[in-house]
Design a protein around this ligand. Structure first.
Ligand code: NGO
Length: 554
């Protein structure tokens, strides 16, 4: 298991001038540790707030499953427990079994051998099968008195079932050391589950502030129990280029040198990127790399003078403005650049999507925008990939089934019109409404980190929307899922990223996975309270929002 990285006060103090004032107010750790205000909901009745409640199965499983039956009794694991993959397991089933055994070994201190057929009491059985209705990601989980069986048609379904099993276990299972004296029991339940939407994503901006491979892996690990399956990595923006491109080496070595505020940046070598993608894949998460264009390209333009219309390289940019840079539609070298860069990115990426961004090209004419987006899309098609972009790509000539990620706010007419155009042109929409799903928005007006241009987004607001009805005129059949971006202009490291993401990312995951009929704020806030001790044990930083009764479960 991956050791968590913590940021020291010293590292935090070294961040950008932009942050200097806000950091003087409080360190991320101090902010996270602020005592929560009295719970506004989901609390134990007054007089009992100090006593710890035992969460019910329904409170433990997040995202809420499609169906859950509870029965009397529990199943206890012990030193003789095994993971049983049956007599003729598929390789992919073995992968899930190894992940589970690995995950359980440290906290329980048991061996958890992966075996082919067993009668041992307290065993976890992983089995391929179940009704077609489970689809490619669904699973069934049945806790008996001697064993728990997880059944799915795919290894991804099994993996999601394993996450549910994990959430049924005591919080200490999330820890990175042996939890002596814990009784490893799970309640007897029967779960049948599958997601509402096929795309449930998180996006991390490593361009504005660079995050190391280990930090990104930590974020991926924190996505896993939420059953998220897509991870967009924002690899290039005005402030930095974060992926080695062999045919254009200065992009990374020069364009990646800095980050917002002028501090030292960084980039991933191709080997490191491939390793990250494989790490995510082993956790059934598909990486969507994003190379933002034709705007948001100052890092590239400053690395190669010939990419500029006037042939002059601008200085590196370390501020936070947007919309001032553009690739040059009239130069042949632009198309060679697109072909080389997107060709290399596509070759390194096993997933079917590559994002070309396409947002805020305020310094590009519509004709030039269309020409360059179309060229980028053509390169991706040649490499067998589909285009993923922000909803502005609808104004070009997007292919059917390409993805338009909608990041408009409630009532923003131009964005709504583009989302409707996207649906008309056959794009699939992934909903990332900035006033609900942008995890870089402040939780409250005085919050140290984050921005508020779209809205101030308390935990309850991040949960108060429905992808199916978000944009009038976009039929629910055009909606492929949800996306929760973290932009890092104000976030220097993974600790602050986590502070903004958790708990709100859990709500976006639930909106993407759970049936709409289960959507309900009060029980959701209780589900979050259950996650608190688990995030603590795992070392995931999170904001103790006063909307949640964090002390209820430990
Ligand atoms: C916008 C902009 C990003 C910013 C972000 C900050 C999109 C798609 N483009 O979202 O460059 O970082 O807001 O919240």
């Amino acid at each position: 298991m991956h050791p968590r990285l913590r940021t020291t006060g010293l590292q935090a103090a070294a961040v950008t001038a932009l942050l200097a004032t806000s950091l003087a107010l409080t360190s991320p750790a101090a902010q996270a540790a602020d005592p929560p205000a009295p719970p506004s909901s989901g609390a134990a009745p007054s007089g009992q707030t100090a006593a710890m409640d035992v969460p019910t199965p329904a409170q433990r499983i997040l995202p809420t499953p499609r169906s859950l039956e509870t029965r009397k009794g529990s199943l206890t694991f012990d030193a003789a427990s095994v993971v049983d993959v049956g007599r003729h397991p598929k390789r992919s089933t073995l992968g899930v079994a190894d992940y589970l055994a690995d995950f359980l070994r440290t906290p329980t201190g048991y061996d958890w051998p992966v075996v082919r057929g067993s009668k041992a009491p307290g065993r976890v059985v992983l089995r391929t099968g179940g009704p077609a209705s489970l689809g490619t990601e669904g699973y069934r989980l049945d806790v008996g008195t001697k064993s728990v069986t997880i059944e799915a048609r795919t290894s991804t379904g099994l993996f999601h079932g394993v996450q549910t099993l994990r959430q049924l276990m005591p919080a200490a299972v999330e820890g990175h050391q042996r939890a002596e004296g814990t009784t490893w029991s799970i309640p007897r339940v029967r779960v049948s589950d599958s997601p509402r939407y096929p795309v449930r994503g998180a996006m991390l901006d490593v361009a504005r502030h660079f995050m190391s491979v280990d930090e990104v892996k930590a974020y991926i690990d924190a996505m896993v129990p939420l059953k998220l399956n897509t991870f967009e990595l924002h690899l290039a923006d005005d402030q930095g280029w974060r992926l080695e491109i062999r045919s254009w080496p200065r992009l990374a070595t020069y364009g990646g040198a800095l980050e917002t505020g002028g501090t030292k940046g960084g980039y991933y070598t191709q080997e490191q990127y491939v390793d990250l993608v494989a790490y995510a894949k082993a956790r059934h998460i598909t990486v969507v790399p994003e190379i933002d264009l034709p705007g948001h390209t100052n890092a590239a333009l400053s690395s190669y003078a010939e990419l500029n219309c006037d042939g002059k390289a601008p200085a590196p940019y370390t501020g936070t403005d947007v919309g001032f840079s553009s690739l040059c539609a009239d130069k042949d070298v632009t198309y060679r650049f697109l072909s080389d860069v997107l060709g290399e990115v596509a070759a390194l990426t096993p997933g079917k999507y590559v994002s070309i961004g396409g947002d805020e090209a305020h310094s590009t004419t519509q004709a030039d925008y269309t020409k360059m987006v179309d060229a980028a899309q053509k390169v991706l098609r040649q490499h067998g990939k589909r285009m993923w972009g922000w909803h502005q790509t609808a104004s070009a000539d997007p292919a059917k089934k390409s993805i338009a990620a909608y990041w408009g706010t409630t009532g923003s007419k131009d964005d709504i019109a583009l989302a409707q155009e996207a649906a008309r042109k056959g794009q699939r929409l992934v909903m990332a409404p900035a006033d609900h799903a942008y995890l870089d928005m402040k939780y409250d007006p005085t919050f140290t980190y984050g921005q508020d241009w779209a809205a101030v987004v308390p935990v309850s607001d991040s949960y108060a929307w429905d992808p199916a009805t978000l944009v009038a005129g976009v039929p629910s059949s055009a909606v492929a899922g949800v996306l929760a971006p973290v932009w890092t202009e104000t976030l220097p490291d993974i600790t602050t990223v986590e502070l903004m993401a958790f708990p709100r990312l859990a709500g976006i995951a639930q909106i993407g996975w759970s049936p709409r009929r289960t959507h309900d704020l009060e029980p959701y806030l209780v589900q979050l309270a259950v996650q608190g001790p688990r995030w603590e044990a795992a070392g995931v930083n999170f904001y103790r929002s006063p909307e949640v009764a964090w002390h209820r479960f430990g």
